[in-house]
Write a new protein. Structure first.
Length: 323
């Protein structure tokens, strides 16, 4: 399953700079494809990104989230067929909202790991009343306060407070059920367009998950800033409904779950991908390792222990320190 991130944010907040710096910093070992939506006739951003990334699909003269939705999807399919990327980044126009792109990627069977909204901490007051900016924040699950090196701590706290208020008010919901699309969200900070690595924790390929499912001595992984990844094994003879029950019981601290699970009522093992309240599944043939789920979130040790107490088919392995 190809993974993706959507990058949104108002005009001039530093999306392209953040994108180029992020890929250089955190994804130099991955095959990355970039889709740039440049609003207007001349694609300046696309020219910049061609010097950095594997491939750029640049769609001009319109907004990929509305007029050019069909062209967007066909372009993504072309990139998938030609270049087989591991990760796709979509940078939307500063004048568009991200949710239609989220739906298009899901329709294509692409896992959306996060919708990142870049907020200009220095100039937020100048555009925070704009309706598009509000819906960009409301339609995202990773909010990145950029240019934090250009503001004081008090100014940054004021921006953060405003962003949270807008997020809570404009948090996107399912129009049929009224439920939130994203059950939770995180707020991160960036300086000079460098996003902290924890934003991208848990971006696993299937073979990486399979590697974790094998029994061997390893460190239980805890990243900086309290971002934790906890590995849990599952007992045999469970049903798909058991897995679904776990995902529906996740606390707010856990915002990503990856795994490969064998159930008695689905013919093949299932690859699980859960991010911020949205889940997707893919069958995987010829998998012989143990069923495994990887929980990713902020300071989640106690919450994972509680999940294991609630669901007796979840087992926390004991990791021994290795050199």
């Amino acid at each position: 399953m190809i993974q993706s991130f959507i990058l949104t944010g108002f005009l001039g907040v530093g999306k392209t700079t953040m994108l180029t710096n992020t890929v250089k910093e955190h994804f130099s070992d991955k095959k990355v494809a970039i889709i740039v939506n440049e609003f207007g006739d001349i694609g300046v951003d696309g020219n910049i990104l061609k010097n950095v990334h594997s491939e750029v699909l640049e769609i001009s003269e319109g907004c990929i989230c509305c007029q050019l939705a069909q062209e967007f999807e066909s372009g993504v399919i072309e990139i998938m067929n030609k270049y087989n990327p591991e990760i796709i980044f979509v940078e939307t126009s500063g004048a568009s909202e991200p949710f239609p792109i989220f739906l298009s990627l899901q329709n294509l069977g692409i896992s959306v790991e996060g919708v990142i909204c870049v907020v200009d901490a220095k100039n937020f007051d100048s555009y925070k009343e704009n309706s598009t900016a509000k819906y960009q924040i409301g339609g995202s699950n990773i909010l990145v306060l950029n240019k934090t090196d250009l503001v004081t701590e008090d100014e940054l706290e004021a921006v953060k407070k405003d962003v949270i208020e807008i997020k809570e008010k404009y948090n996107i919901k399912n129009t049929l059920t009224g439920k939130k699309i994203f059950n939770n969200y995180v707020i991160n900070q960036a300086q000079q367009g460098i996003v902290h690595k924890e934003v991208f924790e848990g971006v696993y390929k299937v073979d990486e998950i399979i590697g974790l499912a094998k029994e061997y001595e390893r460190l239980d992984h805890t990243a900086q800033d309290s971002i934790t990844q906890k590995v849990v094994y599952l007992k045999d003879d469970i049903a798909f409904s058991d897995v679904d029950a776990v995902l529906k019981s996740l606390p707010k601290s856990i915002y990503r779950v990856k795994g490969v699970v064998k159930t008695k009522d689905v013919p093949n093992p299932i690859v699980i991908n859960y991010a911020f309240g949205n889940d997707s599944y893919e069958e995987l043939e010829n998998y012989t390792e143990r069923s495994i789920m990887i929980f990713i979130g902020e300071s989640i040790d106690d919450d994972v222990n509680l999940l294991c107490e609630k669901f007796d088919f979840l087992n926390l392995p004991r990791f021994r320190m290795t050199k």
